[in-house]
Design a protein around this ligand. Structure first.
Ligand code: MN
Length: 509
């Protein structure tokens, strides 16, 4: 169990000027509000916010984030209001706690791929401070680590949501350490049999493999030293069960055929040394054709940088080597969180330039960043400024362009629902049809049989689908009205001249 004093020490170590009084007050308040509550494990509830705060401190985040970690469940689980949090801990902490509370109550309905993607986008769109996501990920990580105390049904639900929503978000933010652990735990709880079977197989190979990892590390270290390529760290490990599992499934192969069952990592000071190390490794062992990837020259979309290669050991065992600089390594492990650290992220320091570029692209953040303080204050996520995400009453996510209204929603459900739409209930309240949708709205459309769209709707719909359908129906209506009118005029004239119109119209209909 984490002691609060240890948490304070941890924060002080990376941030000597941190406002520890704020943390102390947040801790005391959280302890008081959660008093008497217990976790499913039977432990006092307070263990959870403490663990979340501790994890945020491991990421070296600022006191606002750590305090929000301590308080993150207070509004949801006790009678405390967000106003009270603001009064006691200031607007910033309150804002983060409120954000976490808001996204925690959204029901996640379907793990169907497109729905999950929309849900992830909506979640990110609802958040305007990255610390909200970081607290939420820390929260989810602790809940996943303690999942075995819940009922089977709850376990599966939470693990599924973690796999579909939170692991991909961690991935998008470049936080591979968190992503990996979330995926591994989801695998364990969602497919317990497959997980155990694979674990047994991997364990059987572990002893032999660990000896080999040791040898390979020694060899690489010696070769690099000989070539005078300085390294900071050489690390070796067996691939995670989840990624092995994915590989076996995707490529339909056996465990013995997995090329990167073992992965070694070489961490250097700078980029030049990465390429030098790659050269040495290829001279030592034969590279596997087609497995060399230069993510330094061409980073992955989430900013990940590294050189990857697979080589065959002298015992005929293939293994993967990843080579990167210490800066890239830090980014690869912690992603966006790496920039929340105190006294880091100095702009102009070219080591971070590429990261900032990625960050700005990621956040579609146009403004020039001048100093880290400003960076933190201005970093408002608006990842999808062009879109708005809403729910059907059954919890399906519908995405629209910004500015879309209840009418657009109705047409997105079905053309007929659009045509017959007479009203809308948003979050349980009747609203005018022209009401613009906001992220997270739950929208219910009220229809009446025989109702027709009005031309006026064209003034406020924004989706081309709705616009097209409305215009189409109006034109159809106008055409038939014109035809009726024309027929009446004609019949009237015909009567005057005693002409039988029946014969005239017989071909028509
Ligand atoms: Mn929580």
């Amino acid at each position: 169990m984490i002691r609060f004093e240890d948490l304070l020490e941890k924060v002080r170590a990376y941030s000597p000027d941190a406002d520890v009084e704020l943390l102390r007050r947040a801790y005391v308040f959280s302890a008081f509000e959660h008093r008497g509550q217990v976790r499913h494990s039977g432990e006092p509830y307070l263990i959870h916010p403490l663990a979340v705060a501790d994890f945020l401190a491991d990421m070296k985040l600022d006191v606002v984030a750590v305090a929000a970690g301590l308080l993150h469940d207070v509004v949801e689980d006790t009678l405390t209001t967000i106003e009270r949090i603001q009064e006691l801990f200031g607007p910033e902490v309150a804002h983060v706690v409120e954000g976490v509370t808001k996204i925690s109550v959204i029901p996640f309905a379907s793990s169907e791929e497109r729905q999950a993607e929309n849900f992830r986008k909506m979640l990110l769109a609802m958040v305007d401070d990255i610390r909200v996501i970081l607290v939420k990920l820390a929260d989810r990580l602790h809940n996943m680590r303690t999942l075995n105390h819940l009922s089977e049904e709850r376990r599966v639900k939470i693990a599924q949501e973690t796999r579909d929503i939170y692991a991909p978000i961690a991935n998008r933010l470049g936080m591979s350490k968190v992503k990996n652990e979330l995926e591994e735990l989801s695998f364990r709880y969602l497919e317990p049999q497959a997980y155990e079977a694979l674990r047994a197989k991997v364990d059987a190979r572990r002893r032999a493999t660990e000896g080999l990892i040791g040898q390979l590390k020694t060899t690489i270290a010696a070769k690099l030293k000989e070539a005078q390529v300085p390294v900071i760290e050489i690390d070796g490990r067996i691939k995670r069960l989840w990624s092995i599992n994915q590989k076996l499934k995707r490529q339909k192969i056996e465990l013995e055929q997995v090329y990167d069952f073992i992965a070694l990592r070489v961490v250097t000071e700078d980029v030049k040394e990465c390429y030098a190390a790659l050269g040495i490794i290829h001279q030592t062992w034969s590279p596997v054709p087609g497995r060399i990837k230069d993510f330094i020259a061409m980073p992955r979309p989430n900013g990940y940088q590294s050189l990857h290669t697979s080589v065959i050991s002298e015992h005929g065992m293939p293994f993967e080597v990843q080579i990167r600089t210490i800066g890239m390594h830090r980014m690869a492990e912690e992603g966006i969180a790496a920039h929340w650290k105190y006294k880091e992220g100095r702009v102009g320091d070219h080591r971070d330039e590429r990261y900032f570029t990625w960050m700005r692209q990621l956040l579609e953040y146009q403004q020039e960043v001048r100093d880290p303080q400003e960076f933190i204050q201005n970093l408002k996520i608006d990842l999808y400024p062009e879109e708005v995400y809403t729910f059907t009453p059954k919890g399906l996510v519908k995405a629209f362009p910004r500015g879309a209204t209840a009418i657009d929603f109705a047409y997105a459900i079905h053309t007929e629902v659009g045509h017959r739409c007479v009203g809308a209930r948003i979050n349980g309240k009747m609203v005018p049809l022209r009401t613009r949708l906001r992220n997270g709205d739950i929208v219910e459309i009220v229809t009446a049989a025989g109702h027709k769209p009005s031309r006026d709707w064209l003034n406020f719909v924004v989706t081309s689908h709705a616009r097209y359908e409305i215009k189409y129906l109006i034109r159809l209506e106008e055409k038939s009205r014109a035809r009726d009118l024309g027929r009446k005029v004609l019949e009237k004239e015909a009567r005057k001249y005693d002409v039988n119109t029946k014969a005239l119209f017989s071909g028509e209909n």
